[in-house]
Design a protein around this ligand. Sequence first.
Ligand code: KIV
Length: 260
Amino acid sequence: MTPQEKVAAIAGKKGAGSIAALTCYDYPMARLLDEAGIDVLLVGDSLGMVVLGFPDTTHVTLPHILHHLEAVVRAEPKALVIADLPINTYATPEQALETARTLFAAGADAVKLEGGIRQAEKVRAITAAGIPVCGHLGMLPQRVLEEGGYRKKGKTPEQTREILAGATALIEAGVFAIVLESLTPCSAEKITAAIPVPTIGIGCGETTCDGEIAVVTDLLGSYPWFVPPFAKPEANLSQNTLQAASAYISRVRSAKEHGL
Ligand code: KIV
């Protein structure tokens, strides 16, 4: 399928079925998640935290995203592959387009960037070049330092109106979907009902959006040092890893002790 066909399939799910999306940062995970039937794989800048060990996403660079995107693309997933534009790579429409072109050339089907009205010109520059764009509104991890932490959004009608104005500007600029992060369920529901493109929620409560996205390590329980309150692990890979490594260490040491 072409990127445009994959995007059309996701856009067509507005109000008709739920979009299941996960972050993905490497080849084996892309193969497994694709085999499971995931709709969207996001090479998100969360990789800075859960793969590279940075304290937040503000340390992520374009070479970081490219390195992981290329690994995901080698799996030739059927799922739509979205790549994040990292912080400081989309300061102007020209720079945003150049970054998006680099990611698209590396095999991303679409790109994602954070922010509303002030990003509309950048989104327009990218979509005009034929590269699909996903928006990202609500809590914006790339602004965590300015905001002094991860704060819930959409707590007041004014905040919801502001987010909706951002969504409208992004839609006019051509986004095919919008990630909503850490909105109150009520705010997420209002925005989802008000806009014509699918919303993909994280930390907005279940069934408030047209789909859900989770950070894959939260799903797998493989990054135990920071687990957001809304995470719903379906596995405990950190525990399994500790057990497997301990069993291996014991096996190697006891073989040595017994001269095997
Ligand atoms: O980078 C990421 O993982 C994201 C999700 C939180 C949507 O942008």
